[in-house]
Design a protein around this ligand. Structure first.
Ligand SMILES: [Zn+2]
Length: 129
């Protein structure tokens, strides 16, 4: 390189190097940052019982959602991973059925106890007579 004014070629190369450094810095700055992992246990797919896979896009609006690895069904998207996990795990019908099953099981065990007590009373009466 000359000590006097740079030649056109020298300035061109210097400018290109500068542009390259700026582009590298910009790419590093806009690289997606790792987010905290979802600490919620994800339910299996309601249709095929496969595991969900997290999907995302990085250009605005940023968002996440879960899709099934087996049948590709997708849950609603959300702005963060926790919201996406909540959307994936949202199972109103399943939850209502689980609640109903628990109620019916409690009722059955109550009736079984009553039946057992009635049988015991009958057994005692039969021995008395
Ligand atoms: Zn599935």
């Amino acid at each position: 390189m000359s000590m006097t004014n740079p030649t056109f070629e020298e300035s061109f190369l210097a400018n290109m190097a500068e542009i390259g450094r700026n582009m590298a810095a910009e790419m590093e700055a806009t690289e997606p940052q790792p987010e905290p992992a979802v600490d919620v246990e994800l339910k299996p797919c309601p249709f095929c019982e496969s595991n969900p896979r997290m999907e995302s896009w990085y250009s605005p609006p940023r968002g996440y959602w879960f899709s099934c690895d087996g049948c590709s069904v997708e849950a609603d998207s959300a702005i963060d991973k926790a919201g996406a996990a909540e959307a994936w795990n949202h199972r109103p019908i399943e939850d209502a059925q689980t609640k109903r099953i628990a109620e019916l099981e409690a009722r059955i065990s109550h009736l079984e106890e009553r039946l057992e007590r009635a049988n015991w009373e009958r057994h005692k009466e039969m021995r008395r007579s």
